[in-house]
Design a protein. Structure first.
Length: 280
């Protein structure tokens, strides 16, 4: 059996283990890009919500546990929670073949842990995605082991690219930094919107108006950043007139030694440290 994913043909199906939010986002992205439903097999003991809807609408094969396959899968994508990983790996390892590439999006699980679970020489790619993948605007940091071929790496790039951009790393240790910046990053942006709305209330706006303004400002500025060829610093400067209202606000946010830059650095380093602890 041969199927097309991006520009590459695969000799076998794709097994998606786990159909939670991120697994469902990936599934939706693959289907939108034209991957045939007959070439996807889902292992999920509690199929519900959007995943169940997609399975029903497209006739995708799904089971609590995949006991066997006619041929080894080209890809096994692990989208289960880290704490459930040890219980699902043994059965999935029996499905894998010599040409299977294993992709994990589980936080804190090292490449070495999957190399131990699967046969010697198995290609493994560790990925840290983020939640905007749900709307096709995510970004993933990925790192491959030495056994991963260029073709397998491209297949991974195509599959992950269905929900956003992909950044490839040479050093697995950098996954902790990716986790701290982009993996956890959406929460920082949501907190910014919360804080901006709260400040608006303090300035005299009613709660609904303050939140409407904050949400539209944060999402609109993000879209402008995405579409612009200018860097963030240039976009910031373009909004800032000398001696104006924006300059007055930025003087507070950019105080030397204890401004937003320093606070964000402290936050990212704290997240990086915790990521390392969880993976140890």
């Amino acid at each position: 059996m041969s199927l097309e994913v991006g520009l590459f043909a695969l000799d076998g199906p794709i097994v998606l283990a786990g159909a939670g939010k991120m697994g469902t986002a990936l599934l939706s992205g693959w289907l939108a890009r034209g991957l045939e439903a007959r070439n996807i097999i889902i292992q999920e003991p509690h199929l519900n919500g959007e995943a169940a809807k997609l399975v029903s609408e497209h006739g995708i094969a799904a089971a609590p546990v995949i006991e066997a396959l006619p041929s080894p899968p080209s890809v096994i994508l692990l989208a289960v929670k880290p704490q459930a990983m040890d219980s699902v790996l043994p059965s999935l390892a029996r499905l894998a073949g010599p040409a299977t590439v294993v992709i994990s999006i589980a936080a804190g699980k090292s490449i070495a842990s999957f190399e131990r679970a699967f046969s010697k020489g198995t290609a493994v790619v560790r990925v840290m995605p983020n939640t905007p993948a749900a709307i096709g605007r995510g970004i993933s940091g990925a790192v491959a082991n030495a056994q991963t071929t260029a073709a397998q790496k491209q297949v991974c790039n195509d599959l992950l690219g269905a929900v956003g951009d992909v950044v490839w790393l040479e050093d697995e240790a950098l996954i902790d930094a990716v986790t701290a910046v982009s993996g956890s990053g959406p929460a920082y942006v949501f907190l910014l919107a919360e804080a901006l709305a709260s400040a608006g209330k303090t300035a005299g706006l009613d709660a609904a108006t303050a939140m409407q303004l904050a949400r539209a400002t944060v999402s609109g500025a993000g879209e402008l950043l995405a579409r612009s060829e200018s860097d963030p610093a240039t976009l910031r400067q373009n909004v800032t007139s000398p001696g104006g209202t924006t300059a007055a606000a930025l003087a507070v946010l950019m105080q030397d030694g204890h401004g937003l830059k320093e606070l964000m650095t402290e936050a990212v380093l704290a997240a990086q440290k915790r990521s390392r602890e969880l993976g140890s």
